[in-house]
Write a protein that binds this ligand. Structure first.
Ligand code: SAM
Length: 281
């Protein structure tokens, strides 16, 4: 989903309930079209596959997983189909409805339950999980990352894993794209300190951007950093999918460079998102 289409601006702290509701309304408004041809496009699916493989390598089928910001349930249904037990949560009630419908359609309701719950409300959730994952930036919308880390430590068993894909600060394609158009403020939006107002579909998503190590710092008390890598470092971000569609062969070559080199020092700090894996001590 293109959350970068409209202008962004710096805003003062602190975060409040109104802003969480803005973000909720923004995602409610795109839920019906979220899986459409631009929403779940080829560039998104490439990153999604890397997430699926990473969760699969960390945790065996049968594990109990918590999905933070599940959207329409594309990942949750995939994992439930492969024998995982998933609690899928999201702050947008419309997204949760889509996840429930998808679970019924796929016949995996016995292994997938969908709950309307914001990441900022994790203290309301009970249970014990082998792993928590979050795909495509829900954690960029969480007002207090230290509180999230604290709740994950309570919910995840010792030795369990966190696998998160998070929007990073250095996206080379985005920098180049906007700088060439002399939209320097837009090019620099990810570098801003604190929360940013990002437009989508006429609404505002209140967003924090992170470098991977800056992100891990919030979790460091309870979770060891296992690995991290850049996603869409050489490839453009998903909202530039038209470029990919004009020259798929050429861009697939860039995708293979992402697969091979995205874990290397320096490159792993770049990309549209980064994928970070942590282990509960
Ligand atoms: C870009 S979508 C990603 C959805 C899904 N993970 C995927 O891979 O397609 C971001 C999701 O985060 C959810 N979200 C935003 N703020 C949230 C919050 N505070 N708590 C929980 N979910 C939130 C949105 O409703 C939306 O479904």
């Amino acid at each position: 989903m293109n959350r970068h289409a409209e202008a962004s601006q710096a805003v003062p702290e602190p975060f409040d309930e109104t802003r969480l509701l803005d973000t909720q309304r923004a995602f409610d408004s795109v839920a019906p079209d979220y899986d459409g041809p631009r929403g779940n496009n080829e560039l998104i699916q490439r990153m999604r596959t890397t997430m699926w493989n990473t969760v699969g390598a960390e945790l065996p089928a049968g594990s109990r997983l918590l999905d933070l910001g599940c959207g329409t349930g594309l990942d949750a249904v995939e994992f439930a189909r492969h024998g995982y037990h998933v609690v899928a949560s999201d702050w947008s009630p419309e997204m949760i409805e889509r996840t429930r419908a998808r679970a019924v359609e796929a016949g995996v309701e016995s292994r997938l339950s969908a709950v309307h719950l914001g990441i900022q409300q994790l203290h309301l959730l009970g249970g014990r999980f082998d792993g928590v994952y979050s795909n495509f930036g829900p954690l960029n919308c969480a007002p207090d990352l230290h509180a999230v880390a604290h709740e994950c430590a309570r919910l995840v068993r010792p030795g369990g894993s966190l696998v998160f894909s998070v929007m990073g600060r250095i996206c080379p394609w985005e920098l180049g794209h906007y700088a060439l158009r002399r939209r320097f403020r837009r090019a620099g939006v990810r570098f801003g300190k604190g929360v940013r107002a990002v437009g989508m579909n006429g609404h505002t998503i209140w967003t924090w951007y992170y470098m991977p190590r800056e992100f891990h710092a919030a979790f460091a008390e309870h979770f060891t950093l296992t690995s991290y890598r850049g996603l869409s470092v050489f490839l453009p971000p998903p909202y530039m999918v038209d470029r990919y569609r004009r020259h798929p062969g050429w861009y697939e070559r860039l995708g293979r460079m992402d697969d091979r080199l995205g874990h290397l020092p320096v490159l792993r700090d770049m990309g549209d998102h980064f994928l970070i894996v942590m282990q509960r001590r």
